[in-house]
Write a protein that binds this ligand. Sequence first.
Ligand code: SAH
Ligand code: TYD
Ligand code: ZN
Length: 414
Amino acid sequence: MAGTCRICTGDLLEFVDLGRQPTANGFLRPDEADGEFFFRLAVGSCGRCGMVQLIEEVPQELRYHAGYRYHASGSEGHRAHFEANARRFLATELTGEDPFIVEIGSNDGVMLATIAEAGVRHLGVEPSANVAQVAAGRGVRVRGTFFDEQAAAEILAADGPTDVVFGANTICHIAHVGSLLRGIDTLLTPTGVFVFEEPYLGTIVGDLAFDQIYDEHVFYFTATSVAEMARRHGLELVDAEKVAMHGGSIRYTLARPGARRATAGLAALLTEEAERRLAQPATLAELGRTVERIRRDLVELLTRLKAEGRRVVGYGAPAKVTTVTNYCGIGTDLIEFVVDSTPGKQGHLVPGSHLPVLAPDAFSGRYPDYAVLFAWNHAAEIMANEQAFTAAGGRWIRYVPDVHVVAAAEAEAA
Ligand code: SAH
Ligand code: TYD
Ligand code: ZN
């Protein structure tokens, strides 16, 4: 037995081991490179409830703190997506008398800023003080703690019940599921909803997006496993909708049993997951084997290019770069540096593999022969912005769903 399920205490069956890894967003200053924290990044599925999850976890205080590097407003796509999210809530769930919305993991206020501008009662719960401060500067009301049942009781006492609890790319980060869902139960009005959108196991399996696996992603949800998780905590999954984020996420809606009618979209997704045998041991074991093939192919390609005297750099330093470079053992011997537009990452090192992160002008100032597209979920935006690189003869390297050099015509059409 590899471990115990955090939802139902069933036994976990391990299917992929990505080796010794640091915290994925723990970008280091060069003087911090010694004494880095490592853990074993491996994923298993529960034989009883089907939930896919990390075997070992990193304490949340080591992941989220005043030096948290991820700023949600960093890409145009993210900003537009969360503003649309806020407008949808304003037009639907938040139209009653003096409505109230709580966001778990509100980060730099990317979603709640729009709610605040509309003058609607809200609260962001955000333990990473640096990003929480950015949100506060945008007029967002923030509580600087982790969300759990105690925080929920305090919010209820101070602000009353909540029409919507929202979370994006945060709920799968929370290992204390029991406390989380008891907190939701404490806060929601009888007709309130808990809406969250998170990376999807179906995308990881379908597109072999194994670099979505890292310390912060404790759970890899499916509609099937979320329905079971909700049921065990007295809530009901009533909707699941595909959203085009992080390569393909799902937006789940939980409500009190019987309060809302389950949608046809949910039924369709549950059927699709059963047909794909998504969380079946055979499917997951196949994923584990494919990930090993990607590692072999990527290292082979980079080693060959190096031997041929080509210059190779990385484009984007998302959390994903940590998983790939540490799993594949890629250091500055194979990739000179990576560039990223986030000022807080520049001048730092990628956790574990210690590739330097530089500003984008290190790329455009002297184009390399090849660029590995680590921020592959922004491929269209990046390739369109970097047409001059392709025009100068530069080539993109992608590694999901398979390792390949992108044809010039394809990059030019982006
Ligand atoms: N919602 C944003 C940010 C996601 S990053 C987006 O979708 O882009 C995840 C955020 O969740 C981080 O800012 C982290 O500090 C916060 N977080 C992690 N655990 C939390 C918890 N238990 N309660 C509240 N926020 C948490
Ligand atoms: P993101 O998509 O948020 O992924 P993750 O959750 O894995 O961190 O990260 C994308 C990263 O790519 C972010 O650090 C910003 C960077 N980036 C660029 O450097 N240039 C660009 O044009 C875009 C779109 C993103
Ligand atoms: Zn379980």
